[in-house]
Design a protein around this ligand. Structure first.
Ligand SMILES: Nc1ncnc2c1ncn2[C@@H]1O[C@H](COP(=O)(O)OP(=O)(O)OP(=O)(O)O)[C@@H](O)[C@H]1O
Ligand SMILES: [Mg+2]
Length: 285
């Protein structure tokens, strides 16, 4: 509950703005919300579908509302149905759609009529991995066509795949803004080392302290970032350490320390996100 949906609701005119203002193409949300809305597509976090209408009927209605010429509506609706892979469901009632298909239909409603600015609040929630990747393809094409997409997501993988600029919001404020690579460079120096501890003869997970002692002694400055169910995540801050050395050191000792498996990678967006949101948990408590 950082305030993403609340921000979207203010920008779309869903709720009243009590402080500040926002502008789109010179129109502002306080005084010219109709003109703002005319330039904007919106997929809300919670689907606002009419259960008694089919997907095709819903999209046709939105196409009319968008002012698409009547003689091209059929084609426009078919195009968006196909791009979101909704053809098998186009003539079923929206109320009978699965959760993932409802999200596709809501996204289609936001995209229809090619508005220049499109806001999508967690568009891929509830979609299976294949549908999600298809959505990424569709959104990348929209982006490439010169339109602006603003989306929220809980999936850092999705942000990495789609975003040219990314912000992390905590307690209603942006903590950072930049390209995924910029944020990784700035906030995630060094490596992440993840070790997975094995099970001892008595069925318990091997203790984590020996591996923590070992890693911190070899790589000074390393911190335990996360420690869950036998998975210990280390942040190794020194980017000058060679990957080969990390592997050598781990191979030498993994049996002694009951490390079943380990991986080394560049700091991920997920970790950067967790670094920022720790502040939120502390404040909430
Ligand atoms: N009408 C309201 N009145 C008072 N507080 C509200 C109202 N709507 C939302 N909130 C609170 O505002 C905070 C931000 O909510 P919001 O839905 O914007 O978060 P979010 O970032 O979209 O979260 P999520 O990732 O779970 O969708 C939450 O603590 C929520 O409980
Ligand atoms: Mg939300």
């Amino acid at each position: 509950g950082a305030g993403k949906t609340s921000t979207f609701k203010m920008l779309t005119g869903d709720v009243m703005v009590t402080g500040g203002n926002a502008y789109l193409k010179g129109f502002d949300v306080k005084n010219n919300i109709k003109q703002v809305q005319a330039n904007m597509g919106y997929c809300p976090q919670f689907d606002a579908l009419i259960d008694q209408m089919t997907g095709r009927e819903t999209l046709t209605m939105y196409a009319r509302l968008r002012g698409i010429p009547e003689d091209t509506i059929k084609e426009v609706v078919n195009t968006v149905i196909d791009s979101l892979m909704l053809r098998p469901h186009a003539d079923k009632l929206a109320g009978q759609y699965s959760g993932g298909n409802k999200r596709k239909l809501s996204t289609a409603m936001a995209l229809i009529g090619d508005p220049p600015f499109i806001m999508l609040d967690e568009p891929s929630s509830g979609m299976d991995p294949k549908a999600r990747r298809n959505l990424w393809t569709v959104l990348s094409q929209v982006r490439a066509s010169g339109r602006t997409l603003v989306l929220t997501s809980h999936s850092m993988e999705e942000c990495d795949a789609l975003c040219t600029r990314l912000a992390i919001m905590v307690n209603g404020r942006f903590m950072c803004l930049g390209s995924p690579q910029h944020l990784k460079n700035k906030f995630g120096q060094g490596y992440t080392l993840i070790t997975q501890l094995g099970t001892l003869a008595d069925g318990t997970t091997a203790p984590n302290q020996p591996v923590i002692n070992y890693i911190t002694s070899y790589f000074p400055g390393s911190k335990v970032f996360d420690d869950h169910q036998g998975y210990v995540h280390f942040q190794v801050p020194d980017a000058t350490i060679k990957l080969a050395d990390v592997f050598t050191i781990m191979e030498q000792t993994k049996e002694n320390l009951h490390v079943d498996d380990y991986s080394v990678h560049q700091t991920t967006l997920e970790q950067i996100f967790l670094t920022f949101t720790r502040a939120q948990t502390i404040r909430d408590n």
